[in-house]
Design a protein around this ligand. Structure first.
Ligand SMILES: NC(=O)C1=CN([C@@H]2O[C@H](COP(=O)(O)OP(=O)(O)OC[C@H]3O[C@@H](n4cnc5c(N)ncnc54)[C@H](OP(=O)(O)O)[C@@H]3O)[C@@H](O)[C@H]2O)C=CC1
Ligand SMILES: O=C(CO)COP(=O)(O)O
Length: 343
């Protein structure tokens, strides 16, 4: 059995701690708020993030990070992208030997344009990291914590490391696949949140299923276009970390990104929406990062650009839709079109 520490006692860290505890591993759940850790240890609940869910009593809450990571083999990093570097720096100051690092966050850092595995390798010296794995896929914490059927993928450049994470997490409710394409898995997981904001906006404006299907399909096209430029395998986008996560996030009321978009579509402003959410809405920062990345790589991402304008340039959502629908004519599959024209 493994000895694991989950860093981040929010919705996803807590849900994953439940999966690990169900599998009989020693699980420590670290959080930076002492009152919340006391609640986890005394009442075996995490009411703010997973109301009405009873946690296995074997999950041990920790507020002291040094104690939380003493003698463990695997770290599960489950904090928002914005907090990753800060948390890694604290972690490094206490690590005494190599650990396997599995991150479960979905974002890209604005300005540096780094994926999370790249941030980890920048912050954690080589002698302290065995390997880096990402666990991603269509998996809302609310359902995982209630042991409802869920599928995800574990990805690493070292497939044996991905298989270790597969073995740690897999059970009858939580099926874990592996995939060697860490670039594709991280890009798919991060960028689907932008499209989910768009799906929420579309619903908030009162548009129907046709509009949502269009966003999902054309969203996948632009995620794949950027992902391939970054070195991803296009087939990854047809899998769990691609279309799978895109579907769940664009269609589920559990999605914070969809919910935030929905309120924006109904006319609320961004600050108000984020202040009231009480949980991370990763898609907002990722929109900035993807917008910058698309510019740098010269990749066309019209939906991302439209969401960027709504979020950061005060563009009314209705105007953004008009802009998208009024774009010049194009072929559905650009690569095919280029070949066809040449012939
Ligand atoms: N929720 C889900 O269903 C899923 C989420 N994810 C991804 O997992 C990541 C985490 O999301 P999620 O758990 O949902 O987010 P939540 O908003 O539910 O929880 C975030 C947690 O991180 C803590 N935190 C924030 N900043 C810091 C910091 N600087 N130091 C220590 N702890 C910090 C928060 O503490 P505090 O309470 O004080 O704010 C909170 O406990 C995101 O990247 C998300 O996209 C991936 C798959 C599913
Ligand atoms: O990534 C998720 C589900 O796979 C969670 O999405 P939200 O962050 O939008 O809630």
């Amino acid at each position: 059995m493994g000895r694991c520490t989950v860093i981040g006692a929010g919705s996803w860290g807590t849900a994953l701690a439940i999966v690990l505890a169900d599998n009989g591993h020693e699980v420590r759940l670290w959080g930076h708020r002492e009152d919340q850790i006391n609640e986890i240890n005394s009442r075996h609940t995490n009411e703010k993030y997973l109301p009405d869910v009873e946690l296995p009593t074997s999950i041990a809450g920790y507020f002291d990070l040094e104690a939380a990571i003493k003698d463990i083999d695997t770290v599960i990093l489950a904090v928002p992208t914005k907090a990753i570097r800060e948390v890694l720096r604290s972690l490094v100051s206490f690590l005494t030997g190599k650990v396997l690092i599995c991150h479960v966050s979905k974002g890209i850092e604005p300005d540096t344009l780094k994926r999370i595995s790249e941030m980890i390798l920048e912050e954690v010296p080589g002698h302290l990291v065995e390997d880096v794995v990402v666990l991603s896929g269509p998996s809302h914490a609310e359902e995982v914590s209630r042991r409802q059927p869920t599928t995800v993928t574990a990805s690493s450049t070292n497939i044996e490391a991905a298989e270790k994470i597969q073995d740690l997490f897999i059970n009858q409710h939580f099926r874990v696949y592996t995939n060697p394409d860490i670039i594709g898995v991280e890009i798919g997981g991060a960028l689907k949140n932008i499209i989910a904001l768009g799906a929420g906006i579309s619903d908030g404006l009162g548009f129907g299923d046709n509009a949502k299907a269009a966003l999902i399909t054309r969203g996948l096209a632009e995620i794949s276009r950027l992902g391939m430029k970054m070195g991803a395998n296009p087939l990854t986008f047809a899998g769990l970390a691609g279309i799978g996560d895109l579907i769940v996030t664009c269609t589920s009321v559990h999605s914070r990104n969809w919910r935030a978009g929905n309120l924006l579509g109904k006319g609320h402003n961004l600050d108000e929406v984020l202040n009231n959410m009480g949980m991370v809405v990763e898609g907002v920062r990722t929109t900035k990062a993807a917008y910058q990345l698309a510019k740098k790589e010269n990749i066309e991402m019209p939906i991302t650009n439209a969401i960027y304008d709504i979020l950061f340039n005060n563009c009314p959502p209705k105007d953004a839709v008009e802009g998208l629908m009024g774009r010049g004519k194009t072929h559905e599959m650009e690569d095919f079109y280029l070949t066809y024209k040449k012939d």
